[in-house]
Ligand binder design. Sequence first.
Ligand SMILES: Cc1ncc(COP(=O)(O)O)c(C=O)c1O
Length: 384
Amino acid sequence: MTIAPTDEIYWRSIAAQYDIADDCINLENGFFSPQARPVFEAFQRYNVEVNRHTTHFMRTEFPARLSTVVHALAEFAGVATDEIVITRNATEAMNIFLQGYPFRPGDGVISSTQEYDSVQEILRMLEQRGRFTLNIIDLPLHPANDEEIVACYERALTPKTRALVLTHMLHRTGQILPVAKIAQMARAHGVDVIVDAAHTFAHIDFQLPALHSDFIAANLHKWLGAPLGSGLLYVCKERIADIAPLFGDTTFPATDIRKLAHFNTVPAAPILAIPDAIAFHNSIGSRNKEARLRYLKDCWVNHARQLPHIDLLTPTDPQRSCAIATFSVKGKSGKEIADILFNQHNIFTVAVDVNGISAVRVTPQLYNTVEQMERLVAALGQLR
Ligand SMILES: Cc1ncc(COP(=O)(O)O)c(C=O)c1O
């Protein structure tokens, strides 16, 4: 069922399912999302269950329950059960990919200045260890079209390039990259693409195969609203044998994805609550959620564009961003702006650095209201 992004009665009923403190307006939901009440209550029940039934539960029941969760998650992601692993987060998944990828001496890797910081750390560490040579490219903040972005990557290719490491939605500006087109271009050159989809999974309406990429990392504790400490790793079946386990394993065949999941004792309750988060998400619908999140972003961005002292660092084209958008103010650092918003207007945001521009990132979630976005607009007007 289609729900209009402007249907305030409906969206108020969704917002009412989040128990959020009202001591400030939280517009920093890019870090992680709170769980909606049905998910949080299920999570608490699972914690009680694990603690009451302890090792008996973990040894006798958890393996089968885990399989059920993996099935539900694979179905939601649009991939096969034996192509995914539940990780603690996207960083863990990216470490498993990059540390396990079969780089050969002399290989080149291309990434951008806008990758997530901990992903940049993995890349720098592996370059220092001599695993590959890194070429870090710049991406335009306001691309004219998809082809401009694809060309940035294609221009950087050399005969030595083995892999592109890129992010589906850039965390500093919210810009969505045309991953499928980049991946198709790369494939034509025999180059792999390793995708960080931490911010798009369950945020914009897509399933993993749409990215045409063999290696994808995602978070479940961001936009899906699953408990903290839940992420996802996807490797297409034909490529599993290419990734060596980061966590030692000799028990599973090279082609079995479980060889990448030898994590041993894990917190069970966040994993068990993943289907509850999927059920809550599905009760709204991916398309409706995406449209509402984009609408909340537009509520402030459309006004901010008219303010001469505000520079928006997020593309204007609606399909190139969703909930996240970022702005700067001439003569003020991102931290100064975020401090003013918090101290004078009780609005919590976060300072980010966008290629040397000191800026502020604003990220509403489904529990935020149009009135809150209007409070932000009023505050932005006073930021001169
Ligand atoms: C684009 C991107 N990738 C990866 C991560 C890492 O997520 P986590 O800390 O959950 O591993 C983040 C976190 O904000 C992110 O924004």
